[in-house]
Design a binder for this molecule. Structure first.
Ligand code: PMV
Length: 328
């Protein structure tokens, strides 16, 4: 045994979405994206390389471990073994603080925590930038869960240039993401498949051009804490991503009637003077964005909506970090 190592990562919510790749193997994105880490949606992962094992042993708690998920973890461990020059198999236990596969980017926090814990266990020391590049190859959005707070992931033609970095620390802005849970079962089509279908939508090029413009608008509004400009562009960007998903072949319709109810409610509240905007990932849950001073009022209204099962309130979260509390 080389000892156990544990890392904790936050999920993240993208304001400019990653949707579409120029390289499926290296997971190089078509466009740059910007996200915020979510302090109440975390994954804790413990890894130990064990010479007595003949195969990796992977346990994903609270959801059960599917053979596909275990395979993806092993493939990622292979990248880390190659870096470390070892062949030893590993024991991996992972636990989420939130339901998997329902529009909270569980693969982001999962692959960020796995990358950091496995690198520590394999005794390789990488810079934050190198960790983001490695995490990206496990799951694209995972690279944004390595740095702290508000994070930008750069599109590039080479793996070495497509990394993520913090553009503002968590304390920069008291922005909240109220994850509004309307569905907790696994979505039918994961984001890896969805991302591969982008080019089949007739709107793909228009959305890509708009995402490039949105990157500057959202980065500047975020740095200036201009909530109205930020929220307006973020909601539009989510609608454009879903327009591409809906018009892909096969068509991907992630929304449920409750998703539309949240969108319409948020718009009505806004018209009545309560500033909030909505974004949606590859699932039915709404992510309602507001500033700290309005969070209690928005959360109370969300909880009263038909179909809402729970609300997970998040502040900007820290980057991936190694801790001493192990899962086995
Ligand atoms: O990294 P993946 O395969 O989980 O893709 C994430 C895709 C979205 O959540 C829909 C958008 C994003 O940028 O997080």
């Amino acid at each position: 045994m080389t000892g156990k190592h544990t890392a904790v990562s936050c999920a993240n919510i993208a304001f400019v979405k990653y949707w579409g790749r120029k390289d499926d193997v290296l997971r190089l994105p078509l466009n740059s994206s910007i996200a915020m880490n979510l302090d109440h949606a975390t994954t804790q992962t413990t890894v130990a390389f064990d010479p007595t094992l003949t195969a990796d042993h992977v346990t994903i708690e609270n959801t059960g471990t599917t053979p596909q998920a275990a395979r993806r973890v092993s493939d990622h461990l292979d990248r880390i073994r190659a870096r470390a020059g070892i062949e030893t198999r590993a024991r991996v236990v992972s636990r989420n603080s939130f339901p998997m596969g329902a529009g909270i980017a569980s693969s982001a926090s999962a692959f960020a925590a796995l990358t950091a814990a496995a690198c520590a266990a394999a005794r390789i020391t990488l810079s934050e930038r190198e960790l983001t590049i490695l995490a990206r190859q496990g799951s694209g959005s995972a690279c944004r869960s390595i740095p702290a707070g508000f994070v930008e992931w750069h599109t590039a033609d080479t793996s070495a240039e497509s990394y993520a970095e913090s553009i503002a620390p968590p304390e920069h802005w008291d922005l909240r993401d109220l994850i509004t849970i309307v569905q907790t079962e696994h979505k039918k089509v994961g984001s890896t498949t969805g991302n591969a279908l982008v080019h089949t939508s007739p709107f793909a090029d228009a959305r890509l051009a708009a995402a490039e413009r949105a990157l500057t608008i959202i980065r500047e509004a975020l740095l200036a804490r201009d909530f109205a400009t930020f929220g307006e562009e973020t909601e539009q960007e989510a609608l454009r991503m879903h327009a591409v998903a809906m018009t892909s072949r096969p068509s991907l319709l992630y929304w449920s009637p409750s998703t539309v109810r949240i969108l319409q409610a948020v718009r009505a509240w806004r018209e009545n003077g309560l500033p909030a905007y909505c974004t949606i990932d590859a699932g039915a849950n709404g992510h309602v964005l507001c500033e700290g001073i309005h969070a209690a009022a928005v959360e109370a209204k969300l909880r009263a909506l038909d179909g809402v099962q729970d609300v997970i309130a998040n502040r900007p979260g820290p980057g991936t970090h190694v801790i001493n509390t192990h899962l086995f």
